[in-house]
Ligand binder design. Structure first.
Ligand code: PEP
Ligand code: MN
Length: 337
C-alpha cells in the first residue's frame, strides 16, 4: 500500500502516521518527494481495514501496490535506484563494467588483471574465492586466502571488489574483504542466504536463477530488500532451455522488462550466459543496447590456462577492445562509460 500524505502534512504528522502503520504490524518506508511525501506500508494489508484510512486527516489517498514484489517494484519507486559501490555508482547514466577472473588463482594473476581492467576503465573487479562448482571434485576456490588477494588488489588499484558468498554463515567473513556480495544463480532461492545478505550493509549482486521466472527473480530481490538492504543489483546470466549450443540461453528481453517493472539496476553476464569467448563481446554490446546498466565479464591474462571457465573468458586485449567498442556504443543509447 502506498500512502500519499497531504502536501501540508508536517514532519511530526508523517512520523505519527508511520507509527500508526507500524503499530498495525506493517513495515514502512518513507519516500520523500518535492511535492508530496509518500509512505510505503508493506506487509499483510488485511491488518488495516479500509475505514482506518478514512479517519486519517493527514492522508490524501492510498494506492495498492499490485506487484507481489513490493519494494522491488517501480510502483513503489518510480525513479531508478542507483547503488553506491565504495565511492562508485552503479545504475546512473554511466554504464558500469565489472571484470575479473572466474576464480582467484594467485596474487600475481589477480594483480595483473586488476591493473589491466582498471586501466581499461572497469568500475569494479570480480573474482571468485568460494566457488559453487557442479562437481565436488572440481576446484572449490582459494576461500579466505582468495579474499585476501582480492582485498589487496582492491587496495592497490582502488577498484571495489565483487565476490560470491555461498552460505549465510559466510556473510560476515566475505563482507570483511569485499565491497559487493554476489549471490550466484545456484543460490537465488537460498532464502536464508538472501535474508542474511539483506541484513548486511554491503550491496548485493543477485544473479537470476538459471530456471527462475522473472517474477521469482524479483521476489528473490524482495527478500534482500525486505531485510533492510536497499542496494540490490539484478543480474541476468542466462537460463536453461533446450538449446545446448550455448552454455545457457541469454534472455536479453528481461533487461527492458526488469527496467519496466523494477527500479533496481540491471546487469548482464554474457560470459556465463554464452560459455563462448567469441559470443561475449556481441552479447555485451547487445546488453548495453537493450538498456542494461552494465555487464560483468570474465577476463584472464591467459584464458586458455584459466583454472575455471577458460572457454568463456576474454584475454586482457580482447577486454580492452570491448571497452573501446562499448565506449563508442554507449552514447547511442544515451549512456556513457
Ligand atoms: C560467477 O559469476 O562466478 C558464477 C559462478 O556465476 P553464476 O552464478 O551466474 O553461474
Ligand atoms: Mn565463471
Amino acid at each position: 500500500m502506498i500512502v500519499v500524505m497531504k502536501p501540508d502534512a508536517t514532519k511530526e504528522q508523517i512520523q505519527a502516521m508511520i507509527k500508526k502503520i507500524e503499530d498495525k504490524g506493517l513495515k514502512t518506508i518513507l519516500l520523500e518527494g518535492t511535492n508530496r511525501n509518500v509512505i510505503a506500508a508493506i506487509g499483510d494489508k488485511r491488518e488495516i481495514p479500509p475505514e482506518f484510512w478514512d479517519r486519517q486527516p493527514t492522508v490524501e489517498r492510498t494506492v495498492p501496490i499490485l506487484a507481489p514484489y513490493k519494494m522491488a517494484s517501480r510502483e513503489l519507486r518510480p525513479e531508478t535506484t542507483t547503488v553506491p559501490i565504495d565511492g562508485q555508482v552503479l545504475g546512473g547514466r554511466k554504464v558500469g563494467i565489472i571484470a575479473g577472473p572466474c576464480t582467484v588463482e594467485s596474487r600475481e594473476q589477480v594483480l595483473e588483471i586488476a591493473h589491466a581492467v582498471k586501466e581499461a576503465g572497469a568500475l569494479a573487479l570480480r573474482g571468485g574465492a568460494f566457488k559453487p562448482r557442479t562437481s565436488p571434485y572440481s576446484f572449490q576456490g582459494l576461500m579466505e586466502e582468495g579474499l585476501e588477494i582480492l582485498a589487496l588488489a582492491g587496495e592497490e588499484t582502488g577498484l571495489p571488489i565483487v565476490s560470491e558468498v555461498l552460505t549465510a554463515e559466510h556473510v560476515p567473513l566475505v563482507s570483511k574483504y569485499v565491497d559487493v556480495l554476489q549471490v550466484g544463480t545456484r543460490n537465488m532461492t537460498n532464502f536464508l542466504l538472501l535474508k542474511a545478505v539483506g541484513e548486511s550493509d554491503k550491496p548485493v549482486l543477485l544473479k537470476r536463477g538459471m530456471s527462475a521466472q522473472l517474477e521469482e527473480f524479483l521476489l528473490a530481490a524482495e527478500y534482500v530488500l525486505s531485510q533492510g538492504n536497499p542496494n540490490v543489483i539484478l543480474c541476468e546470466r542466462g537460463i536453461r532451455t533446450f538449446e545446448t549450443n550455448t552454455r545457457f540461453t541469454l534472455s536479453l528481453t528481461v533487461v527492458p522488462q526488469l527496467k519496466e517493472l523494477s527500479h533496481l539496476p540491471v546487469l548482464v553476464d554474457p560470459s556465463h550466459a554464452t560459455g563462448k569467448r567469441s559470443l561475449v563481446p556481441p552479447m555485451a554490446k547487445a546488453a548495453i543496447a537493450a538498456g542494461a546498466d552494465g555487464v560483468i565479464l570474465e577476463v584472464h591474462p591467459k584464458p586458455e590456462e584459466a583454472w575455471v571457465d577458460g572457454p568463456q573468458t576474454l584475454s586482457l586485449k580482447e577486454f580492452e577492445k570491448l571497452m573501446a567498442d562499448l565506449r563508442r556504443l554507449a552514447p547511442a543509447v544515451d549512456r556513457e562509460i
